[in-house]
Ligand binder design. Structure first.
Ligand SMILES: NC(=O)c1ccc[n+]([C@@H]2O[C@H](COP(=O)([O-])OP(=O)(O)OC[C@H]3O[C@@H](n4cnc5c(N)ncnc54)[C@H](OP(=O)(O)O)[C@@H]3O)[C@@H](O)[C@H]2O)c1
Length: 252
């Protein structure tokens, strides 16, 4: 199968490309530095010629509200039009568990718009909803930091390793379109404040995590135990947080 991976040079995309190629597919990384820009449309018709599947694991370079909204709207609109023109048979996109519960503003409004465009496009599609990547935990801490204090709510979440996300995206790409959402999450649930505290301690980070039930997630979202966790039936990743953390610390 020829599979074009938009954002194929990123954290998830690079792993999706390698896994698909290891399984004998012709996976191509598409990103601005490989000559494909989904905002301008540059390179899209050429890279999609003869493609069976498009996988979108790109992300906006800016997370500012309007910029991220414009990114996902323009990029997705251009991808869907180019897919139809090239006869691509399956559009796969990566989004976030709980997007619909946080869609009123900011980043998740943009992800909800991306999903709406795909659902309404008439293209056969599959949307993979992943929980937070283990690699993203340091950004969760950074966004909640004020001086030496990290203020986080004690809500449940179920993060996973990026390699498990890439595996789920790759499997979805080679399967039949589900015309719906499949969720993927980590093997364990944690309280967000506790896991971030553990991760910072392990890295000898001097910041103190303060448990604050009123603290907002990701710079502005009120969350509870059901906002970020998947429904029953999600695909569950293999890699446990402690094993991932030990590997990261050993590599550092
Ligand atoms: N972080 C999380 O915990 C989490 C959880 C669930 C789902 N997700 C979703 O996962 C997806 C991928 O995240 P990631 O962390 O792997 O992203 P990433 O590492 O930041 O990679 C983003 C990719 O998008 C490409 N890109 C940027 N602008 C582009 C454009 N105009 N045209 C084509 N490609 C462009 C980048 O190429 P260049 O490097 O050349 O700019 C890069 O290859 C996102 O959609 C995100 O919503 C994230």
């Amino acid at each position: 199968m020829k599979i074009v991976v938009i954002g194929g040079t990123g954290l998830i995309g690079s792993q999706v490309v390698s896994k698909l190629n290891e399984h004998g597919h012709d996976a191509i990384a598409a990103a601005p530095n490989t000559g494909v820009n989904t905002l301008t449309g540059e390179g899209l018709p050429e890279v999609l010629a003869g493609a069976d599947v498009l996988v979108d694991v790109s992300n906006s370079p800016s997370f500012e509200d309007q910029a991220v909204y414009d990114f996902f709207e323009t990029s997705t609109t251009n991808q869907l039009a180019a897919c139809k023109a090239a006869g691509v048979k399956h559009h796969v996109a990566l989004s976030v568990v709980g997007t619909e519960r946080m869609a009123e503003k900011g980043y998740f409004k943009a992800k909800a718009r991306q999903e709406q465009l795909i659902v309404e496009s008439g293209m056969p599609y599959s949307i993979v909803h992943a929980t937070q990547f283990f690699e993203f935990i340091k950004s969760i801490a950074a966004l909640a930091t004020d001086g030496d204090t990290v203020r986080l709510p004690p809500v449940l979440f179920q993060p996973l390793a990026s390699e498990d996300v890439a595996k789920a995206v790759g499997r979805t790409a080679v399967g039949a379109p589900i015309n719906g959402i499949v969720e993927v999450a980590g093997p364990d649930k944690f309280r967000m404040d506790e896991l971030v505290r553990q991760a910072l301690r392990a890295a000898n980070d001097p910041r103190t995590v303060v448990t604050d039930p009123d603290a907002l997630y990701f710079g502005g979202y009120e969350v509870d135990d059901s906002t970020l966790t998947p429904a029953d039936g999600a695909i569950i990743g293999d890699v446990r947080f402690q094993d991932w953390l030990e590997r990261q610390l050993a590599a550092a």
